[in-house]
Ligand binder design. Structure first.
Ligand SMILES: [Zn+2]
Length: 496
């Protein structure tokens, strides 16, 4: 058995707050790649889930007068429901409170104590309880946590440490020898410079936090939430310390190394430095790619609880349709860069790209075909100049989606949509039909074949629209009467 399955992950989302558009963005990106590959017949394993331990969850649960697990259950359910509502087809949803995950994390921790990669020491440092992360003085913003802009605490405690410093040179060598590992390229230099500036061992256990996985050989310590959560990428894939379950062994061999970990840029360091170092310590091959995407601001401002400007993706999906949201997020901003979300730009894209360009093209072609092709099978006509011109794009779009360059793929698709609209405007098939019916039929069949291409290309981005289009693109076959009054529903009704 060897690796034969494309394995893609999202981070495990922390259950301190309800899902918002940022979470949806990462998960939709993984869904797009997964759908694209599955449609080509490739084996795919797409894993997402929730990160549920740590002092933050303990505090929130206390505040809400419930047990931490009850709180985690509630928020975990919200994530699961949102992925269902957003038509996300993940293969596995892992929770860090799953018994199997907890058990493997405990065993991995013991194994690393044995190899000396984890050792007991005293930690004194500046700690942000919201990040659950220690910071160097140099990393602070005016003495505050760089993420939360809140004061950090001076904490001194007995702690287990992970020997991160030991892996400095190996990490640098790995970055150099595997240029695709840190993606996109422009985010790589920050990581490389950080590692080159020298890595310190990191604290990986807490004595003050009871809501966590206890260290097997020293249970007054619980395992640091980040260390616990990162391991999901292997525990969910079937990794086991004691290789005693043949099914899991087979699963892990077919999946690992992961092809892509998608993460937000704020957690890139954990994934690009600590995670590969842990894998090196465990003697497990590294994932192929760690891709950090940007942040969404809302009308130019960072989303935050205090501003109350979190976008619930379902509000957009309810008003404009789910596929419109999926389209907007990946058309508006190149994946990897920061983007700004505004209702105005969403509506503009909806009306221009979807209602006008694609929706209009589709209804024109189908209505004209109903009128002039009748029950004719829409077989590829002898003269299919347009199809011949557009079909080579398939390879380009495939390459772009595989490289997570979703915006480039969508640009190419919409260039094809524009080209077809223009051809119809120029050829005027409604006039042509009066003088040369055969030529008109041939032209319409050509455009139908082009629309079939487009319906296939948009599938990973807009699965429902694609299915709807494909149904009607066989309309010559399925039409049962000759009346012209079958009203075609608009794919994207215009919005005022
Ligand atoms: Zn913080």
């Amino acid at each position: 058995m060897s690796k034969d399955t494309f394995y893609i992950t999202t981070p495990l989302y922390y259950v301190n707050a309800s899902p918002h558009i940022g979470h949806a963005y990462t998960t939709l990106a993984a869904d797009i790649v997964s759908r694209h590959k599955r449609a080509k017949g490739e084996k795919v394993f797409f894993q997402t889930g929730t990160d549920e331990h740590g002092s933050n969850i303990e505090k929130i649960a206390l505040l809400n007068k419930v047990e931490p697990k009850q709180w985690a259950d509630k928020v975990c359910y919200e994530f699961k429901k949102m992925w269902l509502d957003l038509n996300i087809m993940h293969d596995y949803f892992i929770r860090t409170t799953d018994a199997n995950h907890e058990e493997q994390v405990r065993l991995i921790f013991e194994q690393l104590i044995k190899t000396g990669d984890i050792y007991l020491g005293i930690y004194e440092g500046l700690y942000c309880p919201m990040c659950e992360n220690f910071y160097d003085e140099s990393e602070l913003t005016n003495g505050d946590c760089p993420v939360h802009k809140k004061q950090v605490e001076n904490v001194k405690e007995e702690s287990f440490f992970f020997k991160l410093s030991k892996y400095e040179n190996r990490l640098i060598k790995h970055y150099e020898n595997n240029p695709g590992f840190l993606s996109p390229k422009r985010r790589a230099s920050e990581i490389v410079n950080f590692v080159k500036s020298g890595l310190k061992d990191i604290s990986v256990s807490r004595t003050k936090v009871s809501w966590g996985i206890p260290v097997k050989s020293n249970p007054k310590h619980t395992i640091y939430v980040w260390f616990d959560a990162l391991l999901n990428y292997i525990t969910g894939a079937g990794y086991q310390v004691e290789k005693n379950d043949p099914e899991k062994l087979k699963k892990f061999e077919s999946l690992w190394p992961a092809d892509a970990h998608l993460v937000g840029k704020e957690i890139y360091r954990f994934h690009a430095i600590i995670w590969p170092a842990i894998l090196m310590a465990m003697d497990i091959p590294l994932p192929k790619k760690i891709f950090a995407h940007g942040w969404w601001t809302v009308n130019g401002e960072k989303m935050s609880k205090s501003k109350g400007n979190f976008i619930n993706p379902m509000d957009m999906a309810d008003e404009y349709g789910l596929d419109s949201l999926r389209y907007f997020l990946f058309r508006e901003v190149p994946f990897g860069q920061d983007g700004d979300f505004s209702f105005e730009s969403f509506k503009q894209r909806y009306n221009a790209d979807l209602a006008n360009d694609l929706g209009n093209l589709f209804s024109r072609v189908i209505n004209l075909s109903n009128k002039h092709l009748g029950k004719d099978m829409p077989e590829k006509p002898e003269n299919s100049a347009l199809f011949a011109k557009l079909s080579p794009n398939t390879a380009y779009i495939d390459e772009k989606i595989n490289n997570l360059q979703f915006g480039d793929a969508l640009n190419t698709i919409w260039e094809a949509v524009s080209l077809l609209n223009k051809e119809i405007d120029t050829q005027k098939p409604w006039q042509m039909a009066k003088t040369d019916l055969e030529k008109t039929k041939s032209f319409l069949k050509d455009t139908i074949w082009c629309l079939r291409l487009i319906a296939g290309w948009i599938y990973p981005f807009m699965p429902n629209t694609s299915a709807q289009m494909q149904m009607y693109l066989g309309i010559g076959n399925v039409k049962t009467d000759n009346s012209d009054n079958q009203k075609l529903p608009a794919l994207f009704p215009r919005k005022k």
